[in-house]
Design a protein around this ligand. Structure first.
Ligand code: MN
Length: 537
């Protein structure tokens, strides 16, 4: 895995966090659009009912004039027409003509010339018809409402329709609105405002389109408002919501960051480090307390980072175990050990190599095959290998434990109980496990202080090991006093800072060659005499 999942997760989190910020515009646009649609529908309806009323009131005026006059075009008739024209602002003219457009009279005593620019449409539930009329002398088209009187006469009223949005819409909106009044057959009558893009269809982000149809007169109104002008009204809301979304985004980001830091994701670092070979074996010498001879080493893993930092197992071993990475880490480590100690092992096959196993290795017997595969054709002999079983975690699968212990011992390797006395072991457990070596933990060795003559618990451990017929290696020897005490109790093998810390391979190899030059198989024999091959019963 070359990329760093942690960083990718962080990036994904960041994108996710800022999605609402990007979405604010979109969500708010939709909200405002709906808001504008319902809010400004009333305005269009007002326009339509205003125009509908103008037409209706023209019809009422014509009927009244006819009703209140003895006959058409009498002086009374003309006077009544003039009264209506004065009373009704939107009423422009009333005329009487025949079907050939010969005018008999009108409200202003002059001929009203006009042409119709649309078809004549019937008015619902009424005998009148309406059409668009272009009256000479007026640039603005009007509506002509006509009704037949008697056989041959037609009375018509000319009506101004209104497209005036003043007082109907807020000023900054009406300035950016386009209103079109037309007949329901699609013919345009009048408009106001500038056309807002001609693209048909109701496109969000550009315009809001509203329409209204009169329920009795065949006229309608269609209003288009530029969306920017609507949004301008809500500018504050945009700002507030954007800030709110930003605050939420940052909060979410902190949460993601915290979550990633807290979670087990560092194991990804660990995996990458294993692949890159950043886990290096260091070698801590094990010495013979009687002869001072070096008898082998324990392999201790160090995380050598790219920047040169060297980390001890304490920083990562728990994570390695819990994430299951301890198993591949051990394989890499053993391969490195085989390479590092190949030459040394050729000349000193008596030197022991202690390798730590983990609880994860005792769930099945795969480790036996791994050991076989790694060391079979190498200079490192199986008889040099000592596998240490830690007591830090309990081994629960007894069948698998037996298979691993038995399998490794069958190869000629030895098994050691690590950190003995600190964990789950008791005499019965140790006997059941069938280990060859017991490594006494440093906490017991530390009990040997200045002038201590007796450490009963340590003495007990030592005698327990002797009872089991196991070899003993004492760990963590820091003072000469401790070495003397242990030697006096019959402990032969020891490791600790008194002799050497975990060493880089070059130093360890150099030390091993110096201390064992020439190889003295006789001394090696002496130590070997304590060993007896045992198997779990
Ligand atoms: Mn160990």
């Amino acid at each position: 895995m070359k990329f760093r999942l942690k960083h990718i997760l962080l990036l994904a989190g960041a994108l996710l966090a800022f999605l609402p910020v990007l979405g604010v515009d979109y969500l708010l646009d939709s909200y405002i659009k709906n808001n504008a649609l319902s809010r400004f529908q009333d305005s269009v309806n007002t326009i339509t009912s205003r125009n509908q009323n103008a037409v209706r009131s023209a019809i009422v005026a014509m009927n009244r004039v006819v009703k209140e006059s003895p006959s058409l075009c009498t002086p009374t008739f003309v006077s009544n027409v003039q009264k209506q024209l004065l009373a009704k602002q939107q009423l422009a003219q009333i005329i009487v003509e025949n079907k050939d457009k010969v005018q008999y009279c009108n409200g202003y005593n002059s001929v009203t010339e006009y042409i119709l620019t649309s078809a004549e449409l019937p008015i619902h539930d009424s005998t009148e018809t309406i059409a668009i009329a272009k009256v000479s002398g007026s640039d603005i088209p009007m509506i002509r409402v006509s009704s037949q009187v008697g056989q041959n006469k037609i009375i018509s009223a000319f009506v101004h329709l209104s497209a005036d949005l003043d007082g109907i819409l807020p000023n900054d909106i009406s300035e950016n609105a386009y209103l079109r009044i037309g007949l329901t057959n699609g013919t345009k009558i009048i408009t106001s405002g500038d056309v807002i893009n001609d693209v048909e269809g109701d496109v969000i982000h550009t315009k809001v389109v509203l329409s209204s149809i009169s329920n009795s007169i065949p006229i309608d109104a269609r209003m288009t408002i530029s969306f920017d002008s609507v949004k301008a009204v809500f500018a504050d809301l945009y700002l507030i919501l954007t800030i709110a979304a930003l605050v939420m985004a940052i909060g979410f980001l902190i949460f993601v960051f915290y979550f990633i830091r807290r979670s087990n994701i560092p194991s990804i670092d660990l995996e990458r480090a294993i692949i890159k070979g950043e886990f290096q074996p260091y070698y801590q010498p094990v010495v013979n307390l009687k002869t001072g001879q070096l008898i082998g080493c324990e392999v201790l893993v160090r995380w050598v980072k790219k920047d040169g930092t060297v980390l001890s197992p304490g920083f990562f071993i728990d994570l390695a175990e819990s994430s299951g990475l301890a198993v591949p880490m051990t394989i890499k480590l053993m391969e490195q050990v085989r390479e590092d100690l190949s030459e040394l092992s050729k000349h000193h096959p008596e030197l022991k190599i202690g390798i730590n196993l983990f609880e994860g290795h005792f769930r099945n017997s795969i480790i036996v095959d791994d050991v076989k595969a790694i060391f079979s054709d190498s200079n490192v002999l199986f008889s040099q290998l000592v596998f240490e079983i830690t007591e830090r975690r309990p081994l629960t699968n007894q069948i698998a434990v037996d298979a691993v212990v038995g399998g490794l011992q069958a190869l000629g390797c030895k098994l050691a109980l690590d950190d003995a006395g600190t964990g789950y072991s008791n005499l019965a457990y140790m006997e059941r496990l069938g280990v060859d070596i017991i490594k006494i933990d440093r906490v017991f060795v530390n009990m040997i202080g200045n002038g201590t003559s007796n450490v009963p618990i340590l003495d007990g451990l030592i005698s327990m090991a002797f009872d089991l017929d196991a070899e003993i290696i004492a760990e963590g020897i820091e003072t000469e006093e401790q070495a003397v005490y242990l030697r006096a109790r019959g402990v032969v093998q020891a490791q600790g800072f008194l002799f050497a810390p975990a060493l880089k391979k070059e130093i360890y190899i150099e030390l091993a060659q110096q201390m064992n030059k020439p190889a003295k198989p006789k001394l090696a024999k002496v130590e070997d005499s304590t060993k007896t091959s045992k198997k779990a019963a």
